[in-house]
Design a protein around this ligand. Structure first.
Ligand code: PGA
Ligand code: ZN
Length: 422
């Protein structure tokens, strides 16, 4: 097995221009791998933490240079000279930090290092990352494309964070991208006519940014675009409610166009599931309401995805399984901080019939590794923004490359999803 010869940590920028962590690894064979930690804005309370320097002037106190100056040497000394064994290195990172939420090293540091080590290991075997992690990987995920951005991801008056299209009927990644790009163009024209061209400015995940006060209006806009393209048969819709950020604990109400009780919110979900081809809702309730999620899971026969609710944590996923809450895991490895822990969460979820939706963060970088990770995990879906902007298209373009590499061996998750939820 190859060895980790050197590890360098450095401040790099994400697509919002905020600082994040880059990890650079060299191996004893002279190979080099780099990985960047993405960064969330609509973060959950139970996530592992990104450590930043509040007292630093750089980037309004969001820099990571001082933090790296404090921890980089310890991390490098602990890892240099070790075999490129992901599980072992992740275990050392966990022990070095000493706490589950990674408050000392920061999940931004541990995520970048963990991924860089995995990339270096794959390089040393001279195979692509997805193949290194899973030699039997064949399934390509369906993209969940975020076409209208709101909430914390856009400067508009749209309370719902994400309106998504799922091209379940597309026979390939190539076709899925083509379909969604056509819908994106049609939607852009509809939005331009109704809201003016400022609403075409992209949000953090590349989606359009009209002021959409209700769930129904957003879905109407997307339905019109899909119909215009003649793609209604193969397209379904999804929502990321990011309900934690709509929730007012003092009144126990969710604020959209008006305050909703949980029961009213569930009635709304039932309506859009029955009448508007919504087959997936992410974080439909606030992050601590697993029992509410369980209630909704009994009521609706659609995909219910836990993001802030599950935070890619084996512990929280186990509890969700126990309560029969939700049926899909949003998988963001920096929510937990190491690939090994995130892997364990996915395996556990899969064993209990949960779908896996590998996801970007709103603050992405050009690092495209989640495309490989999605294929390695056999995830049925990947959520990585609209089909525009380099930090988003990097992932889609990598999926296209993997699709070409797999050739006739490639399988597609869309058909099974259509059968289950379509
Ligand atoms: P975040 O949001 O990356 O800003 O946390 C993404 C999501 O909620 O899915
Ligand atoms: Zn989410």
């Amino acid at each position: 097995m190859a060895y980790l010869k050197s590890l360098t940590l450095a401040e790099v920028l994400d697509a919002r221009g905020d600082p994040t962590v880059g990890a650079y690894v060299t191996t004893d064979q002279g190979l080099r791998a780099a990985a960047f930690a993405p960064s969330g804005r609509s973060t959950g309370r139970h996530e592992a933490v990104e450590v930043r320097d509040g007292d630093e002037e750089w980037y309004g106190g969001r820099g990571v240079r001082r933090h790296l100056a404090r921890v980089a040497r310890d991390v490098a000394e602990a890892l240099e000279g070790l075999p490129l064994d992901i599980a072992r290195i992740d275990e050392i990172l966990r022990r070095l930090d000493g706490a589950g939420a990674k408050p000392h090293l920061g999940a931004n540091v541990t995520s970048a290092v963990s991924l860089a080590v995995a990339k270096a290991a794959a390089l040393s075997h001279n195979v692509p990352l997805y193949q290194y992690l899973n030699p039997l990987a064949r399934t390509l995920p369906v993209p969940q494309m975020n076409l209208i951005n709101g909430g914390r991801h856009a400067f508009n008056e749209t309370p719902i964070q994400e309106f998504l299209v799922l091209p379940l009927g597309a026979p390939s990644v190539q076709a899925a991208l083509e379909w969604t790009m056509r819908v994106y163009r049609a939607l852009s024209e509809i939005v331009r006519q109704r809201y003016g061209q400022h609403a075409l400015n992209p949000g953090d995940e590349g989606g359009l940014t009209p002021d959409v006060p209700t769930v129904q209006i957003g879905l109407d806009l997307m339905s019109r675009a899909v119909e215009q393209c003649g793609l209604s048969d193969g397209m379904r819709f999804g929502l990321d409610m990011a309900a934690t950020h709509l929730y007012e604990p003092s009144t126990q109400r969710y604020h959209i166009d008006r305050p909703y009780s949980r029961d009213e919110l569930f009635d709304l979900y039932a309506e859009v599931a029955a009448q508007r081809r919504v087959i997936s809702i992410e974080d439909p309730v606030q992050e601590d309401d697993l029992s509410g999620l369980a209630l909704l899971t009994r009521r609706l026969d659609i995909q219910l995805v836990g993001d802030d609710l599950f935070v890619t944590s084996p512990v929280r996923v186990r509890e969700a399984i126990r309560q029969k809450a939700g049926n899909a895991l949003l998988w963001k490895f920096n929510q937990i901080g190491t690939l090994s822990e995130a892997w364990a969460a996915a395996e556990l979820a899969k064993r209990h019939g949960y779908e896996i939706v590998v996801s970007e963060r709103s603050g992405e970088t050009e690092d495209a590794a989640i495309a490989d990770l999605a294929v390695a995990l056999g995830a049925s879906q990947i959520k990585t923004g609209a089909p525009v902007r380099g930090e988003r298209t990097a992932k889609y373009n990598r999926l296209l490359e993997i699709e070409r590499e797999l050739g006739s061996q490639a399988q597609h998750a869309g058909e099974a999803l259509m059968g289950r939820y379509g």
